[in-house]
Design a protein around this ligand. Structure first.
Ligand SMILES: *[C@@H]1O[C@H](CO)[C@@H](O)[C@H](O)[C@H]1NC(C)=O
Ligand SMILES: *[C@@H]1O[C@H](CO)[C@@H](O)[C@H](O)[C@H]1NC(C)=O
Ligand SMILES: *[C@@H]1O[C@H](CO)[C@@H](O)[C@H](O)[C@H]1NC(C)=O
Ligand SMILES: *[C@@H]1O[C@H](CO)[C@@H](O)[C@H](O)[C@H]1NC(C)=O
Ligand SMILES: *[C@@H]1O[C@H](CO)[C@@H](O)[C@H](O)[C@H]1NC(C)=O
Ligand SMILES: *[C@@H]1O[C@H](CO)[C@@H](O)[C@H](O)[C@H]1NC(C)=O
Ligand SMILES: *[C@@H]1O[C@H](CO)[C@@H](O)[C@H](O)[C@H]1NC(C)=O
Ligand SMILES: *[C@@H]1O[C@H](CO)[C@@H](O)[C@H](O)[C@H]1NC(C)=O
Ligand SMILES: *[C@@H]1O[C@H](CO)[C@@H](O)[C@H](O)[C@H]1NC(C)=O
Ligand SMILES: *[C@@H]1O[C@H](CO)[C@@H](O)[C@H](O)[C@H]1NC(C)=O
Ligand SMILES: *[C@@H]1O[C@H](CO)[C@@H](O)[C@H](O)[C@H]1NC(C)=O
Ligand SMILES: *[C@@H]1O[C@H](CO)[C@@H](O)[C@H](O)[C@H]1NC(C)=O
Length: 769
């Protein structure tokens, strides 16, 4: 631990919290500063932790979540079929895994499968068999003793390390003009030191079977950066945004190590699994390996990596082609395309979400139990939904509904997703570029494949009237109508339809929903505008990768389309009126409401009053308007500022502070977010309705850490640092956290960590997490 003293006298921070007119609670201000605009004379210092962190391997004590220790073990359904792809009998769908899960020994089913055994596989199997022999009615306590005796702490195979090349003050920070926001970027930069991991070779289990212990960990030779929280391993698509930040931080060795690990997985398994655990060996994730490779080579000029990487990039693309590609004949043109979909071969609960999936299938409230075939199909859908990265979203629910009911209609495999195919298009383009002049036939083959994917996307996914992209639904043989953030993946990946290029107003129309979110809501852009599913990839949740993708999509527009002023809403209407008819599929009055703090009322649902965040020439927490700014630059400035705001304010609301610049909130307020002992959380997702809040919902509690959040924050700091303005974080109000509030989407606040799940009361799955 050491202190970095910034040499320059710092301009003191703007007040980060504005006192609410109707609140008597005290509000902290930056130390020594009474209001905005005050200039400090003292330099400030921030403490940056650069040492190797100490990881505490909490062997989470097994505690029955819904029964007493003396209670008999609950009865359970018949075991699902053995999964050929899964290695071992302890951590794969089978008797031990199902028994431990149905007994609900851990709040998160992933805990158990991340615990290596403390004995040989054979001994653990024998102990379990003996247990079953020993008594006619096993109790929860018997099982607790078994797991505590035979298993080690979760994540035991990993250790922290000192980051090679870490700089506490990397050059990009100079791009951030605002002192407070620069200090925050440096703070976030320092979090890499807390998230770097490598395999602890002495704790690894020998080759299965026959070793001294058994573990689900996939041994990797190089260090990497984890997302954080329950995500203790290297993850596939998370790494893309982690790498965007690592490259800004100058941590090239970490990027190299991450890529080398992916390459080992391609050699060993023929594809890159979802994450670095054996229970992910039947599925991948959005295929961004070649994008990462390209970004690394571009940033470092290290083309020596290509000798190993180019053949393995071919393996990666061949896997998607062999295992995930279907022929689709367009109902619009009768042309046939080879396009990819997410589709996992799986007929059992996912080991890391065993109880969640088991209960989705064996839901006690279901009047007619699922047949074996229906159960198998649903397990395949749940795993395929995880492969999309969007687990879960109304996007793939044939009948969107709250919780398990909606999940049971998952229809992932019957979709040709626009985001997946856009990523694969660009992967072929980038691979062709990486070959350079070294292999003309490979270059030409990849360019041809890319051209045909592009044509398929413009045919099947692009709706020229609505000026938006939608998934193609193989069940209906038509484009879906649900508007999601997948809309922005084609432009990010370099597919710009000619209708968008035709004129500035069509180009704006493609982004009109982003403008509406800036004007109408307080945070960043949510995944969809459906807020009743309780799924974490629906409203009101807004995810860091999507904000990055929208910003990149805006950057992809040629300058001749973006220089004009942002169109004004027609008289008597809101920014909603600027969205092409039918594009988002909701009438204005059907959109999720925006809660007004203090009043406990939503803003007006329609008309000019709905644009509660609109200001003259900009939006609340959207930075400062500049003269002559075109709409493209304006939307980027606003979204970049909103993203910074969400990350910064939720971090401050959970105990974050910067000595000399930003005081810690008083315990009375931190208590509201369950954060009296915290020093600021970086969340995996956010609420588009409350910038003090993390997101909520989904199948596990909100995670802190967090790889892609930090990566996107640093990328935004480096890219938009000159237009970032210190945010006004709304006050934390006790009334927002009262359990009586009916507005699920609103009251979550930081209680997202603790209370949000309870707000979804009645949804069995979420209650268990
Ligand atoms: C799917 O899994 C089943 C059972 O594990 C296996 O028999 C079958 O070969 C697999 N199919 C493919 C295409 O991998
Ligand atoms: C379980 O009990 C049966 C019958 O008593 C016995 O044959 C078997 O060896 C026992 N197995 C274990 C693992 O104790
Ligand atoms: C690595 O694992 C060994 C064996 O379990 C353990 O003693 C050691 O403390 C671990 N090292 C770290 C840095 O966690
Ligand atoms: C990247 O990692 C590989 C494997 O450790 C190493 O051989 C190579 O030298 C590294 N590249 C750079 C530029 O450090
Ligand atoms: C991919 O396809 C190959 C060939 O059909 C098959 O052997 C392999 O199991 C598949 N892999 C996955 C993860 O589905
Ligand atoms: C596609 O082919 C079918 C059968 O040949 C024909 O009836 C239909 O009109 C064609 N549709 C288009 C869009 O060309
Ligand atoms: C796909 O098409 C089917 C059949 O028309 C429909 O029931 C379903 O709602 C559509 N959308 C999704 C996400 O499955
Ligand atoms: C804008 O420029 C792009 C190429 O950069 C071109 O394709 C497009 O037609 C131009 N659009 C307008 C409206 O000038
Ligand atoms: C959202 O922003 C508006 C306008 O600044 C504000 O009045 C309202 O209280 C905010 N709501 C929340 C939940 O922060
Ligand atoms: C942004 O605008 C506010 C209010 O007009 C002003 O106080 C502040 O100095 C401006 N900040 C920057 C960085 O221009
Ligand atoms: C924190 O909240 C709990 C109940 O939510 C209350 O019992 C406790 O007194 C509060 N502590 C502080 C320091 O406000
Ligand atoms: C905070 O830490 C103190 C001291 O370790 C402990 O007594 C207290 O229970 C903790 N509070 C919360 C809310 O976790």
């Amino acid at each position: 631990m050491w202190a970095l003293t910034l040499a320059t006298a710092a301009a003191l921070a703007h007040v980060a919290l504005a006192a609410p007119a109707d609140s008597s609670s005290s509000v902290s201000t930056a130390s020594g500063s009474a209001s905005t605009g005050t200039t400090a004379t003292e330099p400030f210092s921030i403490s940056i932790q650069t040492g190797v962190p100490t990881l505490t391997y909490v062997t989470v004590t097994a505690t029955p979540q819904s029964a007493s220790l003396g209670a008999p073990l609950p009865s359970q359904a018949a075991l699902p079929p053995v999964q050929d792809w899964c290695i071992g009998e302890i951590f794969c769908a089978g008797e031990i895994l199902q028994t431990v899960n149905v007994a609900q020994l851990y709040a998160d089913p992933k805990t158990f499968v991340d615990k290596p055994t403390s004995k040989s596989s054979q001994q653990v199997l024998a102990d379990f068999a003996a247990l079953q022999n020993s008594s006619s009615a096993l109790t929860e306590d018997d099982l607790v003793k078994f797991v505590d005796t035979d298993f080690n702490g979760e994540g035991f195979e990993l250790q922290p390390l000192a980051l090679t090349g870490f700089s506490a003050d990397p050059p990009f920070a100079q791009n951030v003009s605002d002192e407070l926001l620069r200090a925050f970027a440096l703070e976030v930069n320092s979090y890499w030191t807390q998230l770097a991991r490598e395999a602890n070779v002495t704790a690894e289990c020998d080759i299965y079977p026959g070793g001294a212990c058994e573990s689900t960990f996939i041994p990797l030779n190089y260090s990497f950066v984890v997302p954080g929280g329950r995500f203790r391993e290297q993850y596939y698509w998370d790494s893309y945004w982690i790498i965007q930040g690592l490259l800004k931080s100058g941590l090239y060795d970490s990027v190299n190590g991450t890529l080398q690990n992916f390459m080992s997985e391609l050699e060993d398994f023929g594809f890159i699994p979802n994450g670095g655990r054996k229970y992910y060996l039947n599925r991948s994730q959005p295929p961004l390996f070649i994008h990462m490779l390209y970004d690394y080579v571009t940033a470092t000029n290290d083309s020596s990596i290509l000798q190993r990487a180019l053949p393995l990039a071919e393996v990666e693309l061949a896997w998607w082609n062999t295992n995930r590609t279907v022929q689709v004949t367009s109902p619009y043109t009768n042309k046939t395309y080879s396009l990819a979909r997410y589709a996992v071969n799986n007929t059992a609960p996912r080991p890391e979400s065993y109880l969640t999936d088991y209960l989705t299938v064996h839901d006690p409230t279901l009047q007619t139990p699922l047949t074996t075939d229906e159960a198998s199909a649903l397990y395949a859908e749940l795993a395929s939904g995880a492969e999309t990265g969007w687990d879960y979203s109304s996007r793939f629910e044939a009948v969107p509904a709250l919780g398990s009911a909606g999940l049971r209609s998952l229809n992932v495999r019957n979709h040709v997703p626009v985001d997946l195919n856009s990523i694969l298009y660009k992967a072929h383009i980038l691979l062709a570029e990486l070959y350079g002049t070294s292999n003309a036939s490979a270059v030409s083959a990849h360019q041809q494949t890319a051209a045909s994917i592009r044509e398929g996307i413009l045919d099947l996914h692009w709706d020229a009237d609505k000026l938006a992209f939608y998934d193609f639904n193989l069940t209906s043989n038509a484009r879906n109508s649900i508007f999601t953030m997948a809309n922005f993946y084609p432009l990010w990946n370099g597919i710009v339809p000619e209708e968008v290029l035709a004129n500035a107003s069509s180009a704006f129309a493609h982004f009109a929903a982003v403008n509406m979110v800036m004007e109408r809501y307080n945070g960043t852009v949510p995944v969809t505008f459906l807020d009743y599913t309780g799924q974490q990839w629906d409203a009101p949740n807004a995810w860091p990768p999507h904000q990055y993708i929208i910003l990149q999509a805006l950057q992809a527009l040629p300058a001749n389309l973006t220089g004009s002023a942002l169109p004004a809403a027609p008289a008597g209407a809101s920014s909603y009126a600027l969205i092409p008819a039918g594009q988002i599929g909701f009438a204005e009055s059907e959109l999720p409401g925006q809660l007004m703090l203090g009043s406990k009322q939503n803003a007006s649902a329609t008309g000019p009053g709905a644009d509660v965040s609109g200001m003259d020439g900009t939006v609340v927490n959207g930075g400062n308007a500049t003269a002559g700014e075109g709409w493209g630059a304006r939307l980027q400035r606003e979204l970049a500022n909103r993203y910074y705001t969400s990350v910064f304010c939720s971090w401050h609301a959970t105990g974050g502070s910067i000595p000399g610049l930003l005081d810690r909130l008083p315990d009375s307020q931190l208590n509201l977010t369950g954060s009296v002992n915290n020093t600021g959380n970086m969340f995996e997702k956010f609420s588009n309705l409350n910038v003090d809040s993390s997101g909520y919902g989904g199948e596990y509690t909100v995670q802190a850490g967090f790889g892609w959040t930090n990566g996107v924050l640093l990328w935004v700091a480096a890219t938009y640092g000159d237009v970032l303005v210190a945010p006004q974080c709304p006050p934390l109000l006790a009334s927002e956290f009262s359990s009586s509030s009916g507005a699920v989407s609103m009251s979550v606040g930081r209680a997202g960590v603790m209370g949000a799940v309870a707000l979804l009361g009645g949804v069995v799955l979420q209650m268990l997490m």
